[in-house]
Design a protein around this ligand. Sequence first.
Ligand SMILES: Cc1ncc(COP(=O)(O)O)c(C=O)c1O
Length: 449
Amino acid sequence: METRKADVQRPIIRTELPGPRAKQVIEADARYVNPSYPRPEYKLVAEKGYGVWIEDVDGNVFLDCNAGVAVCSTGHCHPEIVKAITDQASKLIHMCGTDFYYDLMPKLGKKLEEICPIEGETRTHFANSGAEAIETALKLAMYYTRRQKFISFFGSFHGRTLGALSLTSSKKAQRLGFMRQALDVIHVPYPYCFRCPFNKGKGENGKCCLGTIDWIENRIFNTTTPPEEVAAIVLEVVQGEGGYIPAPVEFVREIRRICDEYGILLIVDEVQSGMGRTGKMFALEHYGVKADIVCIAKGIGSGLPIGACVARSDIMSWHKGAHASTFGGNPVCIAAALKTIELLENGLVENACKIGDYLMQRLRQLDCDYIGDVRGLGLMIGVEFVESKATMKPAPKLRDRVEKACFEKGLIVLGCGMNTIRWSPPLILTKENVDVAVEIFEQAVRESA
Ligand SMILES: Cc1ncc(COP(=O)(O)O)c(C=O)c1O
């Protein structure tokens, strides 16, 4: 049965899930596709997407509050994005910008200089993914500082390639089997005030206890990790895969101070938090701090694979041949990115802020003993499940049940961290969409408890 897109107001579930055609795809996938993908317990087999809706191969229609893991920032198949892609594809699909030239590369580079929270002039390396943007940042920091050590945070996720994996520490499964770290990275606690790693909770005036700052300056700098050997601190200001946890403002400012004091570069990973998701173009803008290097991917291409490592010009001044990529900065992907940024600037960042506030308010109003914390910025919101408010003990199995129950009712959300559900919808989400989503979520929580 053909669904009339304009009429869709709520999810439409027509078959058991997964449906008959979905089951065939899942079977073929199990035979031919890499089994290490970290897919959730529920199984969505997508066929088409429009706006905030995703339709599966059996004609079931879901309200997508995940956006392909925070990627489809402008919604599925936004007509202006589709047009930008098809126009570009009919002109030039590939010419390898690392050996030849086309105007799209400097055009996007110029735009990124304008919008990235970096002081002064910048240059951009174009990559194909978040992990590649991170790899670039790591190599660049080592090259520029002539230092080899990095500081990363527990709970962080920066990708699964070997260099990025050395930073990543959100789940054991990402590390198991790969033995030693490729890079010299020391991990320090992330300022997760709801579960303060120093058991202090929020300190004076509701502020961060800054235990990690003390840990870095007075412990690791004096023992295992002399600051003179540290190339960079790599930070997600809103931890993504680790549980959608915004860092406190005073913490991020102190990290910047440490970097300045010891000649360490600050690499901010905005792969998940960037491109308008938090209600500002970059999450770092909430902190009044500038980075030396910013890594971007996911939401910048509205679904096309593009990553970017944007750095201060004086830092990105390495020799010819030091770093390059055949596909990085593909013309079609850049065309999608330029159109995405235009749409973000023309209302979607603002919408993320406005609708994000509304979603946060609706989620915080849920009267439920199993929700321990609702936190986030803009449309990057985490709901943390607990056994009860009295114990605040993490409830990962309940989280998994809620995630699956949402799917069965036609709402796509995905877990992150140990016991959190993330809300990372397309930034076109409306108030009406929120009302439908929260109603389903509430039912799913009630039935799963
Ligand atoms: C903050 C962050 N950095 C890096 C990555 C890696 O990106 P990719 O999967 O495109 O390599 C991710 C992916 O989830 C991410 O959330």
